[in-house]
Design a protein. Sequence first.
Length: 303
Amino acid sequence: MKKTWDWKTFLVDTLYYMGGSVLYALALQTFAVNAKFAPGGISGLSIILNHYTGWPIGVVSLLLNIPIVLVCWRILGHKFLLKSIWAMIINAFFLDIVFQYLPAYNGNPLLASMFTGVFLGAGLAVIYMRGSSTGGSDFIIMSVKKLRPHFSVGQISLAFDAIVILAGGLVFGNVDAVLYGIISSFACTLTMDNVLYGAGSGKLAIIITNHGQKIADAISAEVDRGSTLVKATGTYTGQEREMLYCACGKNEIYKVRTAARAVDPDALVMVTEASEVIGEGFVPPNIPGNEPPAQRPNTNGDT
């Protein structure tokens, strides 16, 4: 059967791309251009070429992405690339037609670098929520990762950004440009992670004990969180014990830990970060980018 075009999804995608592009253009055209530094990625390269040629940043970004799209087409698949191309076109529109003619910030370059990173990270995160991207280094990183799965995405991204930021320092002729680029990239990453995962992030308590059910009951009474209890065997002692998993909010972890230690002072309590917790009692499963939730009983945070 021929699949019909989903106009509703296309419209929602476009609205997200427009919102993300407004933030992206605000970062580059309002704060970055006059501050004389280059953030990482294709956006940084676009600013460098704009400095030399005077060509609009959006047009330069599209031209830089053409060979990248041609190389990555077969590796990443046509659906993702088509969505990304549409996002790039919208992005270029806001960069070159809307924000190019709006007043730019001419104040402290340090503040400009910080706000560049914040708005850039927020804009990218909004676009990522719809399973798309603004192209450039994203395509390169994902392609390298797909061809060489053992490579670290963070290392690939860091290497690419470092080259662009250092090039910005050479182009603008001062060390400060490099420092501003580093600050911008750090703020961008931090903001992106908080927008994408901050609302759904939490803590995961892993508790090794001989009183699993009692601790689970104490946690439930204290913070109204469910737990998952599994049997475990200590490899050093060979003794069978119980392992309790409890996902909770950051503001609840102290109470969870205290409740566990009150029941069993000898319990081994490990607390780790949970980048995202989706499900009952946390972020609803039907947020953008997640599949619709299946029917399930109310577990109130059971892992």
